[in-house]
Design a protein around this ligand. Structure first.
Ligand code: GLU
Length: 461
């Protein structure tokens, strides 16, 4: 009966799950090498939380001699935003987050775009139907809504399970009737979960977390045959040989259903590291960074603000491991690539994303750069965002480099530059065009000294 049902539902799927598995060979990596993945959905710009995750994927994979890949998780076409996948690629490239294979690159575990893997997911969904672990559910939206409302009223777990799963045991004849009538359906798992039981998530960052077993007959294929995120990422994480899933802790509560999907498919699940969400302090209260309220939520903010990619990454490293900052301050000639990150040093709870702190890190970052490096980076920046000043910079190159060199190699180097924007303001008095613009300038003169005198001291007349 299961075989017949599977054929009835998936007449065009001819490959077996074994054939698909054979297309994705084991990665021959050395012991301990991690395979991580960054799986953004193209639903808008990349945000700082995404970048924080991608940064961790990259450092963890590369320091262990492993691989990081990029997978575009575009199963929710309703939320997809045009151009978002290009924004993802541009942002990763701007911040030098290097991945080894995936969307935008080559790789033998592709396609790395979920919408192009429809057949693969259907093979596994068909196999689950054939194994009696999944079934077609013909319930209509209004039936589902009615059930949900009743459950909410009675304060029950919401979803399709137990006696609510009325289509679980439809006969072949009943399924045929539905199909003949053209009724729409989704494919759901037959959850073997028990509400009284708990599972343990051995989280690499947060330690062991007890969670209730999943009892819901989760949808794995939607009406249009497209998989849900839950199903697609489990299939992909297995086939692409992911060893470590690093993701935000908003996914902790979904872990029981992910684990159950791995178990139903007969696969070992990867290890999980759920990092805390980035938060912000406002009016004495701590809240999650928000797309609506915080411009610094979008990664494009940093580029426009003149915060160099490497400086932002230094801050992400500071957030990712509590011992990073001290190490960085003590090791003047080292870069992020020289540091060994560990899950044990990841903060467990909410992680404050503090712009003031980022500012300080930027100052230290610039204090370790040469005057020429700062000049070149500032010139690139101004050529994009402030063309007038870029011209001035070119006309005054030697003077600006000399200015940047003041106290640069001192024991306590100057820290006046925090962003690539700052050179303009910090060095205005070196530039004739600014300096002679207005005799009634309002900046503070040393007490008892005239404007002319001050200009003389500065060597300008
Ligand atoms: N596509 C998911 C997101 O953008 C990724 C979740 C995961 O990493 O498992 O949030």
């Amino acid at each position: 009966m299961n075989h017949e049902l599977a054929e009835l539902l998936f007449p065009n799927i001819n490959k077996t799950r074994e054939e698909i598995e054979a297309m994705f060979p084991d990665r021959n990596l050395k012991e301990g090498a991690m395979v991580t993945r960054f799986g953004p959905s193209p639903t808008g710009f990349l945000h700082i939380g995404n970048l924080y995750g991608a940064f961790q994927d990259s450092v963890m994979a590369h320091q262990s001699g492993g691989t990081m890949y990029l997978r575009l998780e575009d199963t929710d076409s309703k939320r997809e935003v045009e151009g978002a996948s290009d924004l993802i690629l541009n942002s990763l490239s701007h911040f030098h987050i290097s991945y080894d294979e995936g969307y935008g690159k080559e790789g033998i575990y592709g396609p790395y775009v979920q919408s192009k893997r429809k057949e693969i997911y259907q093979v596994f969904a068909k196999a689950l139907v054939e194994e009696g672990k999944a079934y077609p559910c013909f319930m209509t939206e209004s039936e589902l809504q009615e059930i949900r409302e009743g459950q909410e009223l009675r304060k029950e777990i919401t979803g399709i399970y137990g006696h609510y799963a009325v289509d679980r045991d439809l006969s072949l004849e009943e399924v045929k009737k539905h199909l003949e009538a053209g009724d729409e359906y989704v494919i759901r798992i037959k959850s073997p979960g028990n509400a009284d039981k708990q599972i343990v998530l051995h989280d690499l960052i947060k330690g062991d977390i007890l969670l209730p077993e999943n009892i819901i007959d989760e949808v794995i294929l939607k009406k249009d045959g497209i998989p849900t995120y839950h199903f697609a990422h489990v299939v992909d994480d297995h086939l692409m040989k992911t060893t470590h899933v690093i993701r935000g802790d908003e996914w902790v509560s979904s872990y029981p259903k992910h684990l159950q999907l791995f178990q139903l498919l007969g696969w070992k699940s990867p290890k999980y590291a759920h990092h805390a969400a980035l938060t912000k302090k406002e009016d004495g209260k701590v809240r999650k960074l928000s797309k609506r309220k915080d411009p610094e939520f979008s990664v494009s903010y940093y580029k426009e603000a003149g915060i160099p990619a490497e400086a932002l990454k230094l801050y992400l490293a500071t957030l990712a491991n509590t011992n990073f900052e001290e190490w960085y301050l003590q090791n003047k000639d080292k870069t992020i690539a020289d540091f060994t990150f560990s899950y044990k040093k990841c903060p467990v709870g909410g992680t404050l994303f503090d712009m003031e702190k980022l500012n300080n890190i930027c100052r230290t970052y610039f204090s370790r750069k040469t005057a020429e490096e700062i000049y070149e980076d500032a010139l690139d920046y101004n050529q994009e965002y402030n063309k007038d000043y870029a011209r001035i910079m070119e006309e005054n190159k030697d003077r600006l480099i000399a200015f940047l060199n003041i106290e640069r190699n001192a024991k306590r180097p100057r820290k006046d530059i925090a962003t690539l924007k700052d050179l303009e303001e910090e060095s205005f008095y070196m530039i004739d065009e600014y300096f002679f613009k207005d005799e009634n300038i309002t900046y503070q003169m040393p007490e008892n000294k005239t404007y002319r005198y001050t200009r003389k001291i500065w060597g300008r007349i």
